[in-house]
Design a protein around this ligand. Sequence first.
Ligand SMILES: [Fe+2]
Length: 408
Amino acid sequence: MLKFVVVITILIAIYDTTYTVTHEIYDHKQLSYFAFLHLLNIALVIGAILHLLKDHKRDVQQLKEKIFHVQRTQQKTEEYSGFLLENLPSPISIVSPHYNLLRINHAVTELTGVKPSEIEGKKCYELFGAGDVCEGCPVKRALLTKRVQQNVKRELTRTDKEIYIQQTAVPVIDDNGSVLNVIEIINDVTEKVKLEQENRSLFVDTVTSFAGLIDSRDSSTGKHSHRVKDISLFIGQELGLSAGALEELSITALLHDIGKIGIPEQILNKCGRLTPEEYEIIKQHPITGYNNLFKIKPLEKIAGFVLHHHEKYDGTGYPHGLKGDDIPLISRILAVADVYEAITADRVYRPAMKLEQALTVMCEGRNTFFDPVVLDAFFRYLLESESGKREIVLKYRDQRTSFTKIPS
Ligand SMILES: [Fe+2]
């Protein structure tokens, strides 16, 4: 509409000017006509200006309404977020990229005693009284990785009650990909952790009880599995195994001969040489142990280590004749600890070997029976356990002879 008015105004102005210049007729009638045209032109211009002003005013009004609506929505969102933050039962805090506490809800106050009015200048790790960023801090990891991070740790409440908390750190990322702040959500998982600890303790007690049952078949010392466990754990620590792997090693050591439970007493503790048939029965015990342990879900992995504890490093062992690194490391550690414990303990069919004799056997097994790396770690164990006979251990430690025979 406005464009139409402008075009008409311009056309009238052109016509008016052209006619005035080209026709020099200024009688009363023509002057009235041109005056009318001028007035019409002025009216149209004023009309157009008024129309423009009206449009402008309307646009300004609409813009104001939009700004008001956005501000109102933002305010509502903030109010709603604040309401949620305040009323969620989990302790939640908002932390800046410099670990400053920006906001906490009432659940944080209940847990730590710190009030919202006291958080100015406070760092997130100070909520539980720490002096610096905690080890494994999920906020730190969320800032670095820009991803959600979790951690479970033990803490003391303001009433000195021991609790386990699960921290979840959620980074808030801006349009440029920078972390604006981190939302930290804390969940009290004390009951869950304690239940897991109880289950673990029950599991370990069961395994230990089984080990006692296995050892009770041994008519001499009755402590074979526990001693194998101690030696194995030392070797495992020397080799830098993780806490999880050490636990697996410990359980494997306690249960490694569980398959012997079904072997008749007269074969197991026979004085004198075993017949080939009897030896074949003895050789079944890793498979029997595997078949029974594999049925128990938490022991599936352990079953595999038990299966291979009589494999030899050069591939001449049983049941599968695995060689070198194909034998699981836990089984290779167990092989060293099992043989050493067996030959240094009294049996009904033979007395315990003296240290020199036992070390000769162990050294002869290097590269054939035993993994040399595991054997080196075993000698570090001996240097501690036989500290009174250090010279003897050192003398044998560097021997590099080949294995000939391991006494049964
Ligand atoms: Fe065995």
